[in-house]
Design a binder for this molecule. Structure first.
Ligand code: GDP
Ligand code: IMO
Ligand code: MG
Length: 424
């Protein structure tokens, strides 16, 4: 009963899809509250692998209603393709519910995402080029189009004409691109409108009625804490709020509805795209982790950057999300190493920082202070109880727990649902 928030504690790809999958049996709704098809959640059930850029992971379970909340930015063409693929795989998607307040990603948003990245050159962010940043920027500038605008084409066209005038001027005069035609966009989006119609719902009322009926809601974050627009490594972030607070605005719930806040955390750390990364590894160790952990982006296929576990960031994530517990993933990936390192603090100009530094320059130049832990040099993927793990692996988990200050309730040792150890 009540709401559970599930949030990535690092730079995304922590295994949120797998964690949702495990919890889905006990919930009635799974709600995506922010982001768009920049996300890529992988779920493996009974040998079937599903990659979900936008549809909430709950779509796989007949007993779960998947919801796309107000805080999401939605590319209707991409969503419909994703739904078609899910249907082709035999899933029933008719329960999906979409908020009319979600903002629409428009063709000019995708184009602007691509050209501004090119324009930034070496300063680029390495975005997913899905139009996420430009869509949220228009939302904040109050010139965005929302899903509900699709159901009054007169208003849709009026708003489109106004905003497209400015976008076309920018596209053609600043970036030397072809202007876009409002009539073409209108025709394309009118088709989407009809196909999406059955899913559009007042999701805030739906969720509150559900809570009053004693139902359980899982609020599933995309991205991660360090990609948060306010609390992440700005400007190398996404344009929404993945932190637990974002789940409140993005779904229309209040803090009193939340009973648990679960942080999904990798046993090491990864990042896609540019930006500072104190514990980043290169060379043989990095290659082994990328290889064993299959560290390639779900939506973009880009190789992820990898690094040792960073307890400074884990402590920070525990605080800004108000975590009640961790879901630790990918412990099995570290099975080859003689010694493992964990960053317990940063050093900068002779000073030690145990907490996330207050100035970006400190973080950019932070030197990790490492402690070393003996590895276990064995395969953990068959373990089913925490006490079955080698004692070095147990000690590693216990140390991460101590350093982050939040209990590690689940330990994942492989992508499958059965490869999860729940601790008392
Ligand atoms: P998300 O974006 O947070 O949902 O994570 P992704 O799906 O992008 O990336 C996590 C990847 O790790 C997926 O391919 C998962 O199947 C996989 N995975 C999740 N947990 C584990 C684990 O404990 N061990 C291993 N080896 N793989 C895992
Ligand atoms: P999931 O939900 C990892 C990164 C991009 C880029 C930055 C901004 O699978 O964890 P954007 O397109 O959002 O404007 O790009 O954010 N990024 C992610 N990295 N996992 C994700 O999602 C990401 N979504 C965006 O690589 O650095
Ligand atoms: Mg991902």
């Amino acid at each position: 009963m009540g709401a559970i928030v599930l949030v990535g504690t690092q730079w995304g790809d922590e295994g949120k899809g797998k964690a949702t999958d495990l919890l889905a049996d006990d919930v009635d709704f799974v709600v995506r509250y922010q982001g768009g098809n920049n996300a890529g959640h992988t779920i493996i059930v009974d040998d079937v692998t599903l990659k979900l850029p936008l549809v909430p992971s709950g779509v796989m379970y007949p007993s779960v209603t998947p919801v796309i909340g107000d805080g999401v930015v939605l590319d209707p063409g991409v969503l419909l393709e994703e739904l078609d693929e899910l249907v082709a795989q035999g899933l029933d998607v008719s329960d999906l519910r979409i908020s009319g307040n979600a903002h629409l990603i428009m063709p000019y948003h995708r184009e602007l995402d691509a050209v501004t990245e090119r324009y930034l050159g070496r300063q680029k962010l390495g975005t997913t080029k899905r139009g996420i940043g430009p869509t949220y920027a228009d939302k904040a500038s109050r010139v965005g189009l929302r899903v509900q605008d699709l159901y009054d084409m007169k208003i849709f066209r009026q708003k489109l004409d106004t905003v497209l005038k400015e976008k076309n001027a920018i596209l053609s005069r600043v970036y030397n691109r072809m202007p876009m035609k409002a009539a073409d966009i209108e025709t394309e989006y009118a088709v989407y409108a009809e196909r999406l119609r059955p899913y559009i719902t007042d999701t805030v009322t739906l969720l509150h009625d559900a809570l009053e009926d004693g139902k359980t809601i899982l609020l599933e974050g995309a991205q991660g804490t360090l990609l948060d627009l306010d609390h992440g490594t700005y400007p190398f972030v996404t344009s929404s709020n993945p932190v637990a607070g974002g789940a409140m605005t993005g779904a229309g719930l209040g803090p009193k509805h939340v009973e648990r806040v679960i942080g999904v955390t990798k046993a090491y750390i990864t990042r896609v795209g540019t930006g500072p990364f104190p514990t980043e590894l290169s060379g043989d160790i990095a290659e082994r982790i990328i290889d064993v952990g299959k560290e390639y982006g779900t939506t973009t296929g880009r190789q992820r950057r990898v690094g040792w576990f960073d307890a400074v960031l884990a402590r920070y994530a525990a605080r800004v999300n108000g975590l009640t517990e961790h879901f630790l993933t990918k412990l099995d990936v570290l099975g080859e190493f003689e010694t493992l390192r964990v960053c317990r603090a940063y050093r900068y100009q002779g000073e030690e920082y145990e907490h996330f530094p207050p100035h970006q320059s400190i973080f950019h130049h932070a030197e990790p202070v490492y402690e070393e832990h003996p590895g276990w040099r064995s395969d953990l993927s068959e373990a089913r109880r925490f006490k079955d793990l080698p004692k070095q692996a147990q000690a590693y988990v216990e140390r991460l727990e101590e350093l982050s200050g939040v209990p590690i309730r689940y330990v994942s040792v492989g992508p499958a649902r059965s490869q999860t150890l729940e601790r008392g």
